[in-house]
Design a protein around this ligand. Structure first.
Ligand SMILES: *Cc1c(COP(=O)(O)O)cnc(C)c1O
Length: 492
């Protein structure tokens, strides 16, 4: 591609994207097409053309396909999952990062990119109140960030029998145990499985009625395992659970881990950044007590996908879990960090740039305001659901509100098995219809056996009007579905 063509096509693409972004609020959140419809639009089954095609029309066609057949998680009415709207400066950052194409595995191959990554990691740690001098690196997302923390804990716990070389089944190996509440995200099963511990190594700790880990049960379970000769490897506290935004009692968990000499990991993929708020839940002030913390810049730092980040007590605990020194790498550039030593990846892209740009563009105060706004919008939605005669409010945690539709004529029989089953089925149906409507997008949570609609607000584009529109959309569709079920004879 000639430089002049690159410039012309690039300008056109930016114009198309800018126009699309401006028009977003008036477009549906999703067109809810079937896989067949999307494949037809793509002409999915054709073979790779032997001859190349002109880049300009190709990019325009690609943009049209994506604009017209995507679910847009930056839409002001996307409340579905903890997937944020992308910061525009992050979009441009990804373009710049791709142009440089830094390989941020080794300092010598990526001098400035490595330093930018180090600075971004340090700034994130500052926002959370995590330890100065900590280690950390960017990975693909929350799952990988948590898994990196898990492997650091595994290396530390199995050091006595050199687990990295001898493995979990070495002659002198002991059974490693993992402690997490049932509200923990499924990354923990993947980590236990992939690491050779097996998911049976996980001790599922009960939660209290606010869905926070029960520390009395944690203590008892760990003591019983130690008595049986097992090694407690890691305790996982969640800072903002994926379902309801619950924050575990992190101070109390930190105490137990200190007493037992066990690695304390916090899954803060969603909620850790709320620690930057002046009125944050108190337990978020305990993050500095953790040996490792996973956070997700593609959530509350509004980075375009993908960007996860793992912070650890110091860089050496990550080196102790991941570093090798093969003959074909001779990197020693003073104290420049070779990120290949701190995590599982070898070649590494420049994920840090979009985050580093967004952090400075908004500043710490900007992030406090944006995260605070998301929480305030969720609280507003929760209050509306509480006051609405046809809605039941469920839970409110950080920026997640749960609620359900309750037709007036079944309210009196809530608590009976028939009505409870009816409300679960009705709301499940309702969720599907709301999603398909394209008017707004919510997801679901199951809280103490009840099926609830779940709105997560991690969105710089969402305003009060968007949140205020949701109850009307839900109730409108709910009434229709209830009437249809009644007419069809499906009674409560
Ligand atoms: C989102 C989330 C994850 C997974 O993060 P990904 O970026 O989707 O890999 C893990 N834990 C919690 C609490 C989350 O909210």
């Amino acid at each position: 591609m000639a430089p002049a063509e690159f410039r012309a096509i690039g300008h056109t693409l930016i114009d198309m994207v800018a126009q699309w972004l401006e028009a977003l609020p008036s477009q549906p959140v999703t067109r809810a097409e079937t896989p067949t419809q999307v494949r037809d639009a793509l002409d999915a089954s054709r073979s790779l053309p032997a001859a190349g095609v002109a880049a300009g029309p190709l990019l325009e066609k690609a943009a049209r396909l994506l604009f017209d057949h995507s679910l847009v998680n930056g839409h002001p009415r996307f409340f579905g999952y903890i997937t944020s709207s992308p910061a525009p400066i992050g979009m441009l950052g990804d373009l710049l990062a791709a142009a440089i194409n830094a390989n941020a595995g080794a300092w010598r191959l990526a001098p400035m990119a490595s330093e930018v990554e180090g600075q971004a990691v340090r700034w994130i740690a500052e926002l959370l109140g995590y330890r100065p001098g900590c280690g950390g690196l960017f990975v693909s997302g929350g799952n990988m960030a948590n898994i990196v923390g898990f492997y650091a804990a595994r290396a530390a716990a199995g050091e006595a029998w050199r687990i990295r070389s001898a493995g979990v089944a070495a002659a002198d190996a002991r059974r490693l145990r993992v402690y997490a509440s049932a509200e923990t995200h499924t990354w923990v099963q993947k980590a236990a499985d992939l690491s050779g511990l097996g998911t049976d190594a996980i001790r599922w700790i009960a939660t209290d009625d606010t869905l926070r880990l029960d520390t009395a049960m944690l203590r008892e379970t760990m003591a019983a395992d130690v008595a049986a000769g097992d090694v407690p490897m890691i305790v996982i506290g969640t800072a903002g659970s994926v379902s309801t935004g619950a924050v575990d009692p992190l101070f109390a968990i930190a105490d137990i881990c200190r007493e037992m000499g066990t690695w304390f990991h916090v899954d803060g993929a969603y909620g850790a950044l709320a620690a930057a708020l002046p009125d944050a839940p108190r337990d978020l002030q305990a993050l500095h007590l953790a040996d490792s913390v996973a956070i997700d810049p593609h959530k509350w730092l509004y980075a375009p996908l993908e960007a996860g980040c793992l912070l650890a007590r110091d860089p050496d605990v990550l080196r102790a879990a991941f570093s090798y020194h093969p003959a074909y790498y001779h990197f020693s550039d003073g104290d420049g960090i070779n990120y290949v030593d701190l995590g599982p990846q070898n070649s590494r892209g420049f994920r840090a740039l979009k985050v580093w740009l967004a952090l400075q563009h908004a500043g710490a105060d900007g992030y406090r305001r944006m995260i605070g706004d998301d929480c305030a919008l969720a609280a507003r939605l929760y209050a509306t659901a509480e006051a609405h005669p046809e809605l039941d409010a469920g839970t409110l945690g950080l920026s997640i509100a749960t609620f359900r539709y309750v037709p007036p004529d079944v309210r009196d029989t809530i608590g009976t098995a028939d009505t409870d089953a009816y409300l679960d089925a009705l709301n499940e149906d309702l969720l599907d219809c709301v999603q398909r409507s394209g008017e707004a997008f919510v997801s679901n949570a199951v809280v103490r056996g009840r099926y609830l609609l779940r709105a997560c607000i991690v969105n710089i584009n969402t305003g009060e009007a968007d949140v205020d529109a949701l109850p009307g959309i839900v109730v409108g569709i709910g009434r229709e579905l209830h009437a249809k079920r009644r007419a069809g004879g499906a009674g409560a």
